[in-house]
Structures are given as structure tokens and as C-alpha cells.
Design a protein around this ligand. Structure first.
Ligand SMILES: [Fe+2]
Ligand SMILES: [Fe+2]
Length: 175
């Protein structure tokens, strides 16, 4: 695997994990504001997982001297805003946000796993991504189970979040 490609992988995953933290931060501050402790508890458990993921990619960025994406401030702002907005939409839209994001991340990590496996290189990074992938799938399941009704509006919201997420992934690999 070329150095350039490995840098892209580390850069985008580093951005994604920090983006996830930003979304959950926005959700948690809005949930605390309205006093929804039940939803807040589920979200904060998942947010803890993202902190571990982000920390590992922080370490890899340093170790491999990978340049983090220049778009980090944008993802922080966009993620936080999305998080707050999802709370305004109600409990189902909070969970729909996680479901939609994790669905994209599931695919994204699957693709990277396949790529790393066929390269036969970077076994440690492969192992890390496999572990995180399994945890993201768990988040996706939790969120999906918490949704009470998949209305057309909710489905549209998920689609929109998914598109945003895909765009963020494509941009963060390169920029
Ligand atoms: Fe994560
Ligand atoms: Fe996650």
C-alpha cells in the first residue's frame, strides 16, 4: 500500500471519529437542556466509545506523521449543529441520526478492511479498524432499535444525513 493511500485512510478515519464526537456533543448539550435523561444516557455511552476511537486515530496521526484534514473546524461545527438539530426533531430523530451515520461508517470501514486485507500490510491498523467497525455496527443496532416509528420524514432525514456523511468522507480523504 502506498504511503499516500495509508495517509488518506488515517486522515479520514481521524476526521470521522472526531466528527462523531461533535455530533454527540451537540446532542448531549441539547438533551441536557430539555432534561431527557433516558436518551442522554444511551447517547453518552456511545459517545464514550467514539472518544476511544478518536484517541487511537490521534495517536496514529502523530505516529505516522499524517496531516489531519484541514476541514476539521468545519466538521466540528457541522457535527455539533446536526446534533442539536436532531434533538429539535425529537427522540426518534436523535436515534435516526446515529443510525444514518453508522450505516455509512459501516460501509466505509468495511471497504477499508477489504482494502487493507488485500494489501497484506499494516496489520495493526487493520486490527484497529476491525474492532472499531464492530463497535460502530453495535451503535447502529442500538439506534435502530430505539426508533419508535420510521415516518417518511424520518427516512428523508436519514437519507440527508447519509449524503452529508458520504460527502464529508470523500472530502476528508483528500483535503
Ligand atoms: Fe467511532
Ligand atoms: Fe459509533
Amino acid at each position: 500500500m502506498k504511503r499516500k493511500r495509508l495517509d488518506e485512510i488515517i486522515r479520514v478515519d481521524h476526521a470521522g471519529e472526531h466528527g462523531a464526537i461533535a455530533i454527540y456533543k451537540g446532542q448531549l448539550s441539547a438533551l441536557n437542556l430539555i432534561g431527557d435523561k433516558k436518551t442522554s444516557f444511551i447517547i453518552s455511552e456511545m459517545a464514550e466509545g467514539e472518544k476511544v476511537h478518536a484517541k487511537e486515530f490521534d495517536r496514529l496521526v502523530k505516529e505516522r506523521k499524517t496531516r489531519p484534514t484541514a476541514l476539521m473546524p468545519l466538521w466540528n461545527l457541522a457535527g455539533y449543529t446536526l446534533g442539536v438539530m436532531s434533538v429539535i426533531g425529537g427522540r426518534d430523530s436523535v436515534m435516526a441520526c446515529t443510525e444514518a451515520v453508522e450505516e455509512i461508517i459501516d460501509k466505509h470501514y468495511s471497504d477499508q478492511i477489504e482494502e487493507l486485507e488485500s494489501s497484506g500490510q499494516e496489520k495493526d491498523i487493520l486490527k484497529t479498524i476491525k474492532k472499531f467497525h464492530a463497535e460502530e455496527i453495535e451503535h447502529e443496532k442500538i439506534a435502530k432499535n430505539e426508533i419508535s416509528e420510521n415516518t417518511p420524514a424520518l427516512k428523508a432525514f436519514k437519507k440527508l444525513v447519509g449524503i452529508g456523511c458520504k460527502t464529508a468522507i470523500n472530502l476528508s480523504e483528500k483535503i
